[in-house]
Design a protein around this ligand. Structure first.
Ligand code: FE2
Length: 326
């Protein structure tokens, strides 16, 4: 079993029309314990790849019916196969071939005949990388399922989530945020309160006033959420939103009591979108405020010092613009 929990040997597809070099590659990889399939490069490679789902493809660039560069490009453009690492190989080890292999997004280039000491570490590294991405993807899916369960628990309806996503897209574009930052805002809308999963229902759903202990317990949800989402290290913006979405501009928020611009910008933007969406949504315990009432409340909170006044004003201007009042 490898570190990502797979007990199956990795499956490698060797595509080469030359029988001798194909058998050499297959033998070498079988001896290392891989599950090896071979393809003579005559029938359609994509069909074989879709039917066998290899963990890695080792492919010659010159075949009678196909050009390995073109096949590689096609596989990398197809969303069903683009995550499979491809190592191209050739007897012509020149700069042009190496450059071309980079252009078609190949993950590696090897000269033939293959050398055991060169190919094996490369193959193992690429397979582990693929399994790591698959593992992270599975974790992300689990996190989203948990977040969906939480949204149901607090009666957050689907339309509210769709409205948030659209608003985040439009306001993010208005603020000139990057596509990744906008995507972080949208993903965070589903994950920011995931830490509440660890807070007892008796506290989370309590109707009356919370005592000091209960308030402190609820505050823990931002730290628990950050911990739960730690595997998503490639999305640092999301982690910042989860941790800091209850900070206040004047330092009276939690968990770190950050002041002003020390609060990550994306967390500030998220907070404004989240508050607006919460105020204008109907929940079992409250009626929805109108957009004008919500903007008034948010402006009052900014004047109290809780929010970045400039950013709140940007949001008010943006809302007036999209509502056709500007
Ligand atoms: Fe929260």
């Amino acid at each position: 079993m490898d570190i990502f929990g797979s007990s199956e040997p990795a499956k490698i597809l060797v595509v080469d029309d030359h029988p001798f070099s194909r058998v050499m590659a297959v033998d070498l990889l079988i001896k290392e314990g891989y599950n090896v399939l071979d393809h003579e490069g005559i029938s359609d490679v994509l069909t074989t790849v879709l039917a066998t789902s290899p963990d890695l493809i080792l492919m010659d660039i010159k075949m009678p019916q196909y050009n390995g560069f073109e096949v590689c490009q096609r596989l990398k453009e197809d969303k069903r196969t683009r995550s499979i690492p491809i190592v191209l190989m050739s007897v012509d080890d020149d700069n042009q071939s190496r450059l071309k292999s980079q252009e078609v997004k190949a993950d590696g280039f090897m000269s033939k005949p293959l050398e055991r000491m060169v190919i094996l570490p490369e193959v193992e590294l690429l397979i582990q990388r693929k399994r790591l991405y698959e593992w992270l993807e599975q974790i992300q899916q689990v996190l989203f399922l948990i977040s969906k369960a939480i949204e149901k628990r607090y009666a957050v309806d689907e339309t509210s989530c769709i409205r948030f996503d659209q608003l985040a897209q439009e306001f993010g574009t208005y603020l000139n945020l990057t596509p990744v930052e906008i995507s972080d805002l949208i993903l965070a809308s589903h994950l920011h309160d995931i830490g509440t999963v660890a807070i007892p229902d008796a506290v989370m759903m309590k109707q009356g006033k919370l005592n000091e202990y209960e308030r402190e317990l609820i505050k823990q949800h931002v730290l628990i959420g950050e911990e739960i989402c730690r595997p998503m290290q490639n999305r640092r913006g999301i982690a910042q939103i989860i941790r800091h979405h209850h900070e206040r501009w004047d330092g009276s928020g939690y968990p770190d009591g950050l002041v002003g611009e020390t609060i990550p910008k994306l967390a500030q933007v998220f907070q404004i979108l989240d508050i607006y969406e919460a105020l204008t949504s109907q929940r079992p315990y409250k009626q929805a405020f109108s957009p004008q009432e919500a903007l008034k409340i948010m402006t009052e909170e900014a004047e109290k010092g809780w929010r970045n006044r400039e950013l709140v004003q940007n949001f008010v201007d943006f809302m007036e613009k999209i509502q056709g009042k500007a």
